[in-house]
Design a protein around this ligand. Structure first.
Ligand SMILES: Cc1ncc(COP(=O)(O)O)c(C=O)c1O
Length: 386
């Protein structure tokens, strides 16, 4: 038989989902794949129950149900500080995952180059392969995960047509400062490039850090494809609701890609999510508060156990430093940790372009009881020392 597509030959199985399978095998507390184990807001669940009886149950408008787009545009206009037109500047997708893929297919042709900060969320590598783009990695340097503007400029000099900007960042929890974003904006203007943002953690930011939407910088809306989703903000990762916000010219093209990729996001779930989009500032303040408590609780637990880690400014991940355990492979460490300690993590190497083997990522989007259980197990981490 003829070989299957060469495009997929370089794909590996997702390390994150593989770690989930390993966790299930050993009954480990799964802190690898980032999703909450607590309920979404009740207004969404109540509306979902109603919608199950009343509909809609058939296709929504392919670029998003009109009432969902209106509610989303109103909410994003407020937080992004930009007047967003629900008809011409919004495209509803199946999660930020589809939004990012759709944005890449909209902006790049096979052979084009895209700049990607490293560490990066693992989907960006696959997005680049599927759209035929060639990634140029720009390091974010620990411990503050800052980039060197010279290195970023070099990526643009080499012809990067777009930059992928995950802010707040998974896995390192970096929240880009306004100054850093302005530096990026200068380069984007100078080299006539685009920025594709992934802002799924826009509302999960720890004081004193604040989230700045790249599209809100002067002159940047026209050059930015803002991707995000409802997954993390409303604890509904399984509903698969995401979106792109961009200029009408960009949205027109993205709509075509999206239409042929998925036709559209689930109509009943768009309808049921509207009350979430209509919630006031209190909800987002409370969300920040809840995640701040989770972060502080988990990080204090790690400190009490003497486990070295970074301090995230946003998102819900923490990187543990495993240098002292004597493993050459972080994957081997994660497998041993799931099997012998009973906690699932993701090897840091799956996020870094550089040769990094001394970090593993845990997430803390869990109930306090789950985090407490994980910390009790992590008390045995010393057993893994070689
Ligand atoms: C940075 C980042 N982008 C996108 C996603 C996936 O988002 P969605 O559920 O909206 O597809 C995740 C999930 O962990 C993520 O961490």
């Amino acid at each position: 038989m003829k070989p299957l597509s060469a495009r997929t030959a370089g794909f590996t199985d997702s390390v994150i989902r593989r770690m989930t399978r390993i966790c299930n095998q050993y009954g480990a507390v799964n802190l690898s794949q980032g999703f909450p184990d607590f309920d979404p807001p009740h207004v969404l669940l109540d509306r979902l129950a109603q919608v199950s009886r009343e509909g809609p149950h058939q296709y929504a408008v392919t670029w998003g149900a009109e009432n969902f787009r209106r509610a989303l545009a109103a909410k994003q206009s407020k937080y992004m500080g930009l007047p967003i037109d629900p008809d011409s500047q919004v495209l509803v997708t199946c999660g930020s995952t589809e939004a990012m893929m759709c944005a890449m297919m909209t902006v790049v042709d096979p052979g084009d180059k895209v700049a990607v900060f490293s560490p990066f969320y693992e989907n960006y590598g696959a997005d680049a392969i599927l759209s035929g783009a060639q990634p140029i990695y720009v390091p974010l340097k620990p411990p503050a995960y800052q980039f060197d503007p010279e290195e970023l400029e070099d990526a643009f000099r080499q012809g990067a047509k777009a930059l992928i900007l995950c802010n707040p960042s998974n896995p390192c929890g970096k929240v880009f400062t306004r100054g850093e974003l302005e530096t990026i904006a200068c380069l984007v203007r100078k080299y006539d490039a685009y920025v594709i943002t992934d802002e799924v953690y826009e509302h999960i930011v720890y004081a004193p850090h604040v989230h700045t939407y790249f599209a809100s910088l002067p002159g940047m809306f026209q050059r930015t494809i803002s991707c995000s989703s409802l997954s993390k903000t409303y604890s509904i990762t399984g509903w698969r609701l995401g979106y792109i916000i961009a200029s009408p010219e960009i949205i027109d093209v993205a709509k075509k890609v999206h239409d042929f990729l998925t036709v559209g996001a689930a109509a009943p779930l768009q309808e049921a999510a509207i009350p979430g989009l209509e919630m006031g500032e209190d909800y987002y303040r409370q969300l920040r508060q809840i995640y701040t408590e989770k972060r502080d609780f988990f990080l204090k637990g790690l400190d009490d156990l003497g486990i070295a880690h970074n301090v995230p400014q946003g998102a819900y991940y923490v990187l543990l430093d495993i240098s002292e355990y004597g493993y050459a492979s972080d994957l081997e460490f994660c497998e041993a940790m799931a099997a012998k300690v009973g906690v699932g993590a993701v090897p840091g190497s799956s996020f870094f372009r550089e040769d990094v083997n001394h970090l593993v990522r845990l997430h803390f989007a869990k109930k306090e009881s789950t985090l407490q259980g994980a910390l009790e197990r992590l008390a045995n981490l010393n057993k893994l020392k070689k």
